[in-house]
Design a protein around this ligand. Structure first.
Ligand SMILES: NC(=O)c1ccc[n+]([C@@H]2O[C@H](COP(=O)([O-])OP(=O)(O)OC[C@H]3O[C@@H](n4cnc5c(N)ncnc54)[C@H](O)[C@@H]3O)[C@@H](O)[C@H]2O)c1
Length: 241
């Protein structure tokens, strides 16, 4: 049974990805900084007959990440989903500390997990990084936008270096998805933003999990260094007037 590690799997998009990959037949290691929550989720999946281990893990903690992959040995698929948003703030008020905090999880956490995983992959494997449509740009979130653009840059750089090892590295960039991350918005702001989505609502996390499932599948072996924008097409253009 092939093994997949999913970070930030206790809830939201990561939870949907872990469940989807387990249903696809992977033995899944669901990791999250909230160890209790992810272990409870894993127990639920196991009760449903799926192979899932829940593990408490802070992706910023190099020693803990290294110890996990050392214990697991070779993994076949790594999904770097753990990420944080931050309160909206204009450029003039954005602090270096806020920038550092977001980069520590979104970029450095992704880097640490990917590096520790591919060190032990040998020949063949998949790295799938969860970016965001926000990497294209956006007001009031330069720290988040820059961190996700950096994730895309890291994805492309890794894809080129690792293709000689048969490892593909791709990103999925979701639009607005119905998770706790949206709690940062006031209800009025959230409503206005959802109205601008192609379906008029935030996406179900299952839609993002389906893109990850594709990139993890045998059929996607020739897809490398790509960003799969999974946002219903909002990024392509404006609706008619
Ligand atoms: N929700 C959206 O609209 C949206 C849109 C685009 C991209 N994304 C991205 O999708 C990913 C998942 O977001 P979500 O919406 O499910 O958010 P969420 O807040 O519901 O879930 C994030 C999960 O990551 C975990 N986590 C946070 N910091 C961690 C750390 N240091 N180590 C390990 N786990 C950690 C949290 O405990 C939580 O379980 C993030 O990378 C996010 O940037 C979300």
């Amino acid at each position: 049974m092939a093994t997949a590690v999913v970070t930030g799997a206790a809830r939201g998009i990561g939870h949907a990805i872990a469940g989807r990959l387990a249903a696809d037949g992977f033995s899944v290691v669901a990791a999250d900084i909230d160890g209790g929550l992810v272990e409870a989720a894993a127990a639920g999946w196991r009760a449903a007959g799926l192979s899932v281990e829940g593990v408490g893990l802070d992706v910023r903690d190099r020693a803990a990440v290294s110890a996990l992959f050392e214990r697991l040995g070779r993994v076949d698929v790594v999904v770097n989903n753990a990420g944080i948003a931050a309160a909206l703030v204009g450029l003039a008020e954005l602090t270096q500390e806020a920038l550092r905090r977001v980069f520590a999880v979104n970029l450095q956490g992704t880097f640490i997990v990917a590096q520790e995983a591919v060190r032990r992959m040998g020949q063949g494997g998949r790295v799938i990084n969860i970016a965001s449509r926000g990497y294209l740009g956006g007001a009031g979130a330069a720290h988040y936008v820059a961190s996700k653009a950096a994730v895309v840059g890291l994805t492309r750089a890794m894809a080129v270096e690792l293709r000689w090892q048969g490892i593909t590295v791709n990103a999925v960039a979701p639009g607005m998805v119905a998770t706790r991350m949206l709690d940062d918005f006031t209800p009025a702001m959230r409503g206005a933003l959802e109205a601008r989505e192609p379906s008029g609502a935030a996406a179900d996390p299952a839609a993002i999990a389906a893109s990850v499932s594709f990139l993890a599948s045998a059929g996607a072996g020739f897809v490398n260094g790509q960003v799969l924008l999974t946002d219903g097409g909002k990024c392509v253009g404006m609706p008619p007037l």
